[in-house]
Design a protein around this ligand. Structure first.
Ligand SMILES: CC(C)(COP(=O)(O)OP(=O)(O)OC[C@H]1O[C@@H](n2cnc3c(N)ncnc32)[C@H](O)[C@@H]1O)[C@@H](O)C(=O)NCCC(=O)NCCS
Ligand SMILES: Nc1ncnc2c1ncn2[C@@H]1O[C@H](COP(=O)(O)OP(=O)(O)OP(=O)(O)O)[C@@H](O)[C@H]1O
Length: 200
């Protein structure tokens, strides 16, 4: 079993890469999805966030207002650190358990899709670190177009993450996603073949 850490900044194309790897047979663990689960209403994570940031970060339905919380934390490093201190240990715990389960399965490749692998110094947990590399402005355009997030907020998230050189310095393999979706499909196929070689 090959343990792969898949990372890249906001909008780099990690989800697109991990979906393609899953279609080839990889088991994929998604850190962003886990980070949402551990703050669902009724969880300790939800209670800790409301205690820390107040009821102003809730929607009228009583869920986390994620765009609002995002605006607050990506404008203020100290707030972001307080949010990370609540959410990251819970994500680490749950993803660790899912990783253990995957190791018990007969999958050849397990992929942990996580935006903050380099920022959180998680490189040594994986046999291979794959970085999805896409120019900053391309990421701003794609996320603004597909998720309707205001460009200045995308730039604020980019600014809070590792820069391109720092992330690439941790890469064992790089997937260039500056081109079309078809280009990406071909590159992920090559990546999968390389991962199978390394798994063998
Ligand atoms: C601030 C929150 C509420 C905004 O929610 P929203 O639905 O708008 O974004 P979502 O969670 O889908 O994240 C989208 C992207 O933003 C970037 N991002 C998210 N959290 C962080 C962070 N703490 N630091 C830097 N970038 C981040 C990542 O590239 C991520 O893929 C949310 O991102 C959050 O709770 N973040 C803290 C937990 C975390 O670090 N999650 C990332 C994986 S562990
Ligand atoms: N080669 C491409 N050409 C055009 N659009 C693309 C390409 N690759 C990905 N996209 C689109 O760009 C957006 C960002 O890609 P994706 O969601 O896979 O990134 P991500 O790294 O998972 O982002 P995040 O860190 O925000 O979760 C998506 O809307 C996706 O459909």
């Amino acid at each position: 079993m090959l343990k792969v850490g898949l990372t890249g900044g906001i909008g780099s194309g990690k989800s697109a890469v991990s979906a393609a790897l899953a279609s080839f047979g990889a088991v994929v663990i998604d850190a962003d999805a886990i980070a949402r689960e551990v703050v669902e209403p009724g969880t300790p994570g939800f209670a800790e966030i409301v205690a820390e940031f107040g009821a102003g970060v809730l929607t009228p339905e009583g869920r986390l207002d994620r765009p609002r919380l995002g605006e607050l934390v990506f404008a203020d490093e100290e707030r972001l650190e307080r949010l990370n201190a609540i959410v990251h240990p819970k994500v680490a715990e749950r993803s660790g358990r899912l990783m253990e389960q995957a190791l018990d399965s007969d999958a050849e490749v397990v992929v942990y899709d996580v935006p903050l692998l380099v920022e959180n110094g998680l490189e040594s947990l994986y046999d291979v670190v794959v970085v999805v590399d896409t120019p900053d402005e391309t990421r701003v355009e794609r996320v603004a177009r597909d998720r309707g997030m205001p460009p200045e907020q995308i730039r604020a998230r980019i600014a809070s993450q590792a820069d391109r050189e720092t992330r690439l310095a941790s890469a064992d393999l790089v997937v260039d996603n500056s081109g079309s979706r078809e280009d990406l499909e071909r590159r992920v196929e090559e990546l999968w073949n390389e991962l199978l070689r390394r798994a063998a």
